[in-house]
Design a protein around this ligand. Structure first.
Ligand code: DP6
Length: 353
């Protein structure tokens, strides 16, 4: 981790005021991260892989002002133009976590202005794209302070920092398929930062649509952080981590072969395994709503009848991501508009980049 340490300069090579703007995509995991190592900060218990999503992103403007005297962190946060004091504790916790690696943060007053392309209340996780875009802005400051900083290091450290804000955020630094968490079959994979998926991907998996069916817009009953923590005493946890690691091996082979049916079976199994863990935690809880199940039923029916490649995945909520090859989008949108839209509060069309 020492590679990410910032060696303090006596004099800063940065203007005393300025702004950096960065955009980050949201992501949807195919193999899910659910469970963190005890007594370690943001270290996953299994490796995960996600697609970054076009159309679903956060733009963050980080406005900085060099302070006369170094004091503690100073930050104000605005979401879509409205000041959000409720976001400050999370940002301060993030700044504390990364301060060892970015000691310069104490030397500035910051204003963070952030906007999501998706509605804040839509139940779509914004922490991945927002923490990732903030980490990229911070790295822009570091690049000014260390002009010799290499591009590869810029993204690695951005991913490392984003992870300390929210685990899945470290995958939002890169487009395409992104892996986080050490796995024996994936060269370069590690627990500290995410890497772009390094192996061959069949062309069918480079043009995948993702339509998000928003079933429930209310905030989650239980935060992801709490859900991860509950894995530490889930009686099925060990098997789940083993299974996730095996699924990663299966996915590597599927991505190479271009087998959509195997892909679909795997991602649906992963999504339901995540929910099985949620339902068997103590305390147990349920994220799916009746309309989530109605949608899953219809998707299975439609697939049986039409033999079209349409598959679902879920995050830790009620909303459904439908994944399909973009070349089949016309049929799929017909299904969505005719048979599924009545179960949804909103429909967000996206695709995997
Ligand atoms: C179900 O990254 O939101 O979306 O690290 O506590 O911020 P924290 O959790 P978070 O967990 C995401 C869990 C998931 C699966 C995934 O994206 O891999």
């Amino acid at each position: 981790m020492d590679q990410f340490f910032y060696y303090r300069k006596k004099k800063y090579s940065i203007n005393s005021n300025g702004v950096f703007t960065k955009k980050s995509f949201s992501n949807i995991a195919l193999i899910k991260y659910w469970g963190k190592q005890k007594n370690r900060i943001q270290i996953p218990l299994n490796s995960s892989i996600s697609y970054s999503l076009e159309n679903v992103y956060t733009v963050t403007r980080l406005i900085y002002h060099l302070k006369e005297k170094k004091r503690n962190f100073s930050v104000r946060v605005f979401l879509s133009g409205k000041e959000k004091t409720s976001f400050i504790p999370k940002i301060l916790e993030f700044f504390h976590r990364i301060s060892f690696y970015c000691s310069y943060l104490r030397d500035f007053n910051f204003v963070i202005e952030t906007e999501n392309t998706f509605p804040h209340s839509s139940g779509i996780a914004s922490s991945a794209s927002s923490m990732s875009s903030l980490a990229l802005c911070i790295m822009e400051i570091e690049k000014k302070l260390v002009p010799s900083l290499k591009e590869d290091f810029f993204f690695k450290k951005a991913s490392f920092l984003a992870r300390l804000g929210s685990g899945s955020a470290c995958r939002s630094i890169y487009p395409g398929l992104v892996v986080w968490g050490g796995h024996k079959s994936i060269k370069g994979s590690n627990n500290l930062y995410a890497i772009p998926y390094p192996y061959q991907v069949h062309p069918i998996f480079t043009k995948m649509g993702d339509t998000i069916l928003v079933i429930d817009e209310t905030p989650k009953q239980i935060s992801s952080s709490k859900g991860h923590q509950l894995m530490n005493c889930n009686p099925y946890a060990k098997e789940r981590f083993k299974c996730a690691n095996k699924n990663m091996d299966r996915l590597i082979s599927i991505l190479k072969r271009g087998d959509l049916q195997d892909f679909g079976e795997l991602i649906e199994h992963e999504a339901l395994s995540l929910h099985a863990m949620i339902m068997t935690s103590s305390p147990y809880f349920l994220c799916m709503k009746p309309n989530t199940l109605n949608v899953l039923d219809k998707v299975w029916d439609f697939r049986k009848q039409s033999r079209k490649n349409i598959y679902f995945t879920l995050d830790a909520g009620a909303n459904v991501h439908l994944l399909y090859p973009l070349q089949e989008k016309k049929f799929i949108m017909k299904l969505i508009n005719n048979d599924l839209s009545s179960y949804c509060k909103k429909i967000i069309e996206s695709f995997c980049i």
